[in-house]
Design a protein. Structure first.
Length: 111
């Protein structure tokens, strides 16, 4: 059964639901990025960080070699002999898009 919301509360309710969706999607993106990060010393995997602001979440890794490893184009010198990685950022981005769509549908059904 659909939830009843007073007309003057619609904008607050919608904002709360959107903020919840952004928070959960940001945490899920961090989890999936960590799961796909190749491990040599574990430093790259452990360095994923998130920021949360109203209506915005970010996941980032500020290690100097993070971008090439994420893109699968280059590995740090200490990883010589280790096979190149797949470019997993695009995979995670598509996975998160699907996740957000499913979560938004779940929220819609509960509302």
């Amino acid at each position: 059964m659909a939830r009843q919301i007073r007309l003057d509360q619609i904008d607050d309710y919608a904002r709360e639901q959107l903020e919840l969706l952004i928070r959960t999607a940001t945490l899920e993106a961090e989890k999936r990025l960590k799961n796909r990060t190749p491990v040599d010393t574990g430093r790259l995997k452990a360095n994923w960080q998130i920021t949360q602001e109203p209506l915005r979440g970010s996941v980032f890794n500020n290690l100097p070699y993070a971008a090439p490893v994420i893109a699968g184009t280059n590995l740090p010198p200490s990883w010589q002999g280790i096979q190149r990685t797949e470019p997993f950022l695009d995979i995670v981005a598509k996975d998160i898009q699907t996740y957000v769509e499913a979560e938004a549908e779940r929220i819609r059904r509960q509302s």
